[in-house]
Design a protein around this ligand. Structure first.
Ligand code: AMP
Ligand code: MG
Length: 596
């Protein structure tokens, strides 16, 4: 068996970025730009007004206020789309609409609301002059020529994914087409004697082919062009014929026929027509997976078509598509970000992992009180497609764990988030643990100083073993409120906030984090050694060689002397010198601070 990463690496090594094509901008949504786009024009092309109002000379408004307006002679009007015909001379103004070019002589625009326009209008008064009620600075409400895009500048660089806003930028430059990496054509074949098409009535022993449609929809969603080959029967001849039809595509995806059953012959056909890549991946669902290269002689030229043989079970086929086919399609399209967006969430159920494979549990993620929670969407059989239909994420339970307990923090791949930005929302957090007197507090203190120097916003969280916390000070008002029976007391001032809440149990760190919130670049924790947080253990030579935590729970060890621990060696744990705060901070920054 190979790991998910090894499988993905092999697959990606067989797919190439496709050629560029030029096409209308509206057809380019989600594609990658294959040219640098420079602007031949200034946007906006002229200085113009950002408001409906009066174009005037800022100098002339000196001393203007509501009680003592400055009166200017109105010498004309200019609307968006036309050019001013007059200049603004001293003590005059020109009525101007949003987007209209600024007349010569004017250097500011005062909006209608800051003039006596309304009172004049309602009293049917004199429009030959206007009262200015407010002093204007130069360039007030003026949009400068070229302030959005200056002529000659690089506006969109090669490699950009075209989203609606980039397509708008192309349109603003007057471009009707763009050069983009073309979309891959993905041939899709379902296999199985039990399968029938959607328009046929169900006969005994038969089921509708759903994989074709899930896969085709996935292909479209990620920007490819699905080509449906239909259903291949479980015979070498039928499969060979069907597969041949798909060999001019950029990729072939089959479903079913890759496990150990008598009729699982996709791999035999693959072996006959091409090279077989591998068969099993350490993941669940989705262990049986085939990958190979189909060879096809086309007009004397040999073509190679990557073939991904997904398992037949509908959930397995979708999840393996997400892990392997999707990144391959994105790579062919020239995209840089191939990983799914991942968040960290509190899992709300127990999930057992019994067979050392990476488990992808279907979950619904919700956000409550500033924290993500993930809840398993019912029975997880690999044939239960509705478990994915109810889910918006896949909780990833590592292959080397026995599972997760309700309350643990788990990573969740978000199925429905746009990945163009590869957004990763997670708690940047690390816990400093160690025996008492090992110097945890001093290390946290030093790290806070170091990270503040690096410009971080830091929260520090301490776990205390005693029941009382020193911020409840007898005699203070908050203490009186608590004595009177309040379950939580909060005190805020112009500069600080403190919150004390009674608890009938030793709070888990997951219960505390929502109170801290998401605004910090890093949360440094002291203690909580039983939590599943990433941990760094502080080791003091004089306290002996034993570690407090077992090495597999640790990310690194900080020590004041040589550490003679075979355990640490076996686990290849980084060992950092206690004296080197910068190195410890570098390690934390590299490993636990994401997307800062
Ligand atoms: P297989 O890997 O071919 O043994 O298929 C495993 C399971 O997935 C069987 O229960 C199949 O009936 C089911 N299956 C295979 N292909 C499809 C499909 N295209 N649509 C729905 N179910 C399928
Ligand atoms: Mg089958």
């Amino acid at each position: 068996m190979i790991s998910v990463e090894e499988a993905l690496e092999k697959i990606l090594s067989y797919v190439e970025i496709l050629e560029p094509e030029r096409k209308p901008i509206l057809d380019c949504l989600g594609q990658v730009l294959a040219e640098d786009v420079y602007s031949a024009i200034d946007i906006p092309p002229l200085d113009n007004s950002a408001m409906d109002g009066y174009a005037l000379r800022a100098k002339d408004t000196r001393g203007a206020c509501e009680s003592s307006p400055v009166y200017l002679a109105v010498v004309g009007e200019v609307a968006a789309g036309s050019m001013p015909t007059k200049e603004v001379e001293p003590s005059t103004a020109i009525r101007i609409m949003t987007g209209a070019p600024l007349p010569d002589g004017a250097d500011a625009v005062v909006r209608f609301e800051d003039t006596d326009e309304m009172t004049r209008k309602s009293s049917g008064g004199d429009h030959s002059q206007i009262g200015i009620l407010r002093r204007a600075k130069k360039r007030l409400n003026v949009r400068n020529r070229g302030e959005d895009i200056a002529k000659g500048n690089l506006v969109l660089e090669k490699g950009r994914v075209l989203r609606p806003q980039e397509i708008g930028v192309l349109a603003s430059l007057g471009r009707s087409t763009a050069l983009v990496i073309r979309r891959p054509i993905v041939a899709i074949l379902a296999t199985g004697d039990e399968l029938i098409g959607l328009d046929q009535p169900l006969a005994p022993g038969k089921i509708h082919d759903s994989n074709t449609y899930t896969i085709a929809a996935e292909v479209s969603r990620y920007g490819g062009i699905p080509r449906i080959l239909g259903i291949g029967r479980d015979s070498i001849q039928s499969l060979t014929e069907k597969i041949d039809e798909g060999l001019d595509a950029d990729m072939l995806i089959t479903s079913g026929g890759v496990s150990k059953g008598d009729y699982d012959i996709v791999k035999d056909v693959l072996a006959e027509h091409g090279e077989v890549g591998f068969w099993t991946v350490r993941m669940k669902p989705g262990k049986p997976l085939a990958f190979g290269i189909m060879k096809n002689v086309e007009g004397g030229r040999k073509r190679q078509v990557p073939h991904l043989g997904l398992p037949g079970n509908p959930v397995s086929s979708m999840i393996t598509f997400e892990q392997f086919a999707r990144p391959a399609i994105l790579k062919m399209m020239g995209k840089q970000i191939l990983a799914k967006p991942v968040i960290r969430a509190i899992i709300e159920n127990n999930i057992a992992n019994t067979d050392e494979r990476r488990l992808f549990a279907r979950v619904m993620v919700t956000r409550r009180g500033g924290q993500y929670y993930a809840s398993v969407t019912g029975p997880q059989g690999s044939g239960i497609l509705t478990s994915v239909a109810k889910a918006n994420g896949l909780a990833v339970i590592p292959e080397n764990s026995n599972g997760a307990k309700a309350g643990d923090i788990v990573e969740v791949q978000m199925l429905d988030w746009g990945e163009e930005q590869g957004e990763v929302k997670t708690w940047p957090i690390v816990s400093i643990v160690g025996r008492s007197e090992s110097g945890k507090t001093m290390l946290v203190e030093q790290l806070i100083g170091e990270f503040k120097r690096r410009g971080f916003k830091i929260a520090a969280l301490k776990h205390s073993h005693c029941g009382d916390i020193e911020v409840d000070q007898p005699g203070k008002d908050t203490w009186k409120f608590a004595q009177a029976g309040s379950d939580a007391v909060c005190i805020s001032s112009p500069r600080k906030l403190a919150f004390i809440k009674k608890s009938n149990h030793d709070l888990r760190v997951e219960e505390v984090l929502p109170i801290i919130g998401h605004e910090f670049d890093l949360v440094l924790v002291e203690g909580f050694k039983k939590s599943k947080l990433p941990k760094i253990e502080v080791h003091r030579q004089e306290l002996g060689d034993d570690l407090l935590c077992s090495p597999e729970e640790l990310s690194a060890i900080v020590t004041d002397g040589p550490l003679d621990s075979p355990l640490a060696d076996n686990y290849k744990l980084p060992i950092i010198s206690w004296a080197d705060t910068a190195a410890i901070a570098d390690f934390i920054e590299k490993n636990f601070v994401l997307n800062r």
